[in-house]
Design a protein around this ligand. Structure first.
Ligand code: F6P
Length: 350
């Protein structure tokens, strides 16, 4: 490898700059490769003029450990094989991507992305004749094949911090504070953040918890302790009458509880969960992932995603995970059991 490209793809999260820093450091200083940061995901290679910037050893600056977002930019524009044009039509732009990669003389690409990016970028890089290694990032932590993805720990911290702030107002006013967190199909943020922040009820997309069961639990709590209750609900949680869009299910739940006689308010954490300085765990993961990705490419091991398993960095073949769909919370997840043992209402498997 002489020239390595690196790009961020899909939704941003905390820790992306720390990954780019680690990749650049390992590739420039250890391998003596030229590193090009591709701007705005695969768009940087698809559109003309090409959008990129050379990353030098000073991209190893520790300052990059601190910032949120991605200084390379990212877009969630879907699939370059079925690219939606401004007029709404679809076009295969994989050839433009391949030509862009050739023009820049890229030999390999590090893709920092979620589940969808791993699936899409693998055939795209194959078509372009590029070696590829993936680095999982997503606040949802739903990438199959890794126990942790970059950005998750920081999002969970924000949820826990928010519950710390909402608990005193809930307690003072004997209210229920409903907190809606992200997670379209996977409830990992709600599960981890809810336990860490002392929630009384956790509502996940994967488990079923009726309004009646929730009310009974909350009323018992309020009677027993006379202070308020905290309910954490993932945006993808499903109820027969609830609206099915991010930012709507939490307010719906608070109104439903209120209509049933329980004073309730809702806070939607939304994109706050993506920002802020990455917590130490995300910086560590980002650093280990970036270095390992370069090592895999140096060993000629294309087609892998770096992964975190049993407190160590390793890798999985992307082919093995590409068809498995997102990693969801299972009813027998050890943390679901922990929640139950803590007296948190969390529901049962669907
Ligand atoms: O996939 C991560 C995620 O944060 C989801 O939990 C959320 O629904 C989605 O991205 C929001 O993305 P955007 O508002 O950028 O489309």
């Amino acid at each position: 490898i002489r020239t390595l490209g690196v790009l961020t793809s899909g939704g941003d999260c905390a820790g992306l700059n720390a990954v780019i820093r680690a990749v650049t450091h390992a590739a420039v200083l250890e391998q003596n490769w030229r590193v090009l940061g591709i701007l705005d995901g695969s768009l940087g290679l698809i559109e003309r003029p090409l959008r990129y910037r050379e990353l030098h050893a000073d991209a190893g600056d520790p300052l990059l450990l601190r910032g949120g977002g991605t200084f390379l930019g990212t877009v969630s524009h879907g699939d370059p094989f079925h690219f939606q044009m401004p007029d709404g039509s679809f076009r295969d732009r994989s050839q433009e991507f391949a030509a862009g990669a050739r023009e820049l003389g890229l030999d390999a690409l590090v893709v920092i992305g979620g589940d969808g990016s791993m699936r899409i970028m693998t055939p795209l890089c194959q078509r372009a004749g590029l070696a590829m290694v993936g680095i999982p990032k997503t606040i949802d932590n739903d990438v199959t094949g890794t126990e942790s993805a970059v950005g998750f720990a920081t999002a969970v911290q924000l949820v826990a911090d928010s519950l710390d702030r909402l608990q005193p107002t809930a307690a003072s006013q004997h209210r229920v504070m409903v907190v809606e967190v992200m997670g379209r199909s996977a409830g990992h943020i709600a599960l981890h953040g809810g336990i860490a922040g002392g929630a009384d009820v956790i509502v996940l997309p994967e488990l079923e918890l009726s309004i009646e069961a929730m009310l009974e639990h909350i009323e018992n709590q309020l009677q027993a302790r006379r202070y308020g209750a905290l309910v954490v609900i993932a945006e993808g949680a499903r109820f027969p009458d609830a609206p099915d869009q991010p930012g709507a299910v939490g307010p719906w739940l608070a109104q439903t509880l209120q209509a049933r006689g329980v004073e309730s308010r809702c806070t939607v954490l939304g994109h706050l969960q993506r920002g802020g300085a990455p917590v130490a765990q995300d910086r560590l993961l980002a650093s280990a992932f970036g270095v390992h990705a370069v090592k895999l490419l140096a060993e000629g091991r294309s087609g892998h995603m770096v992964s975190w398993q049993r407190s160590a960095v390793t890798e999985v073949a992307i082919g093995r995970i590409a068809s498995s769909g997102p990693r969801l919370v299972c009813a027998d997840d050890p943390l679901v059991q922990v929640a139950r043992q803590l007296g948190i209402a969390i529901g049962r498997g669907r």
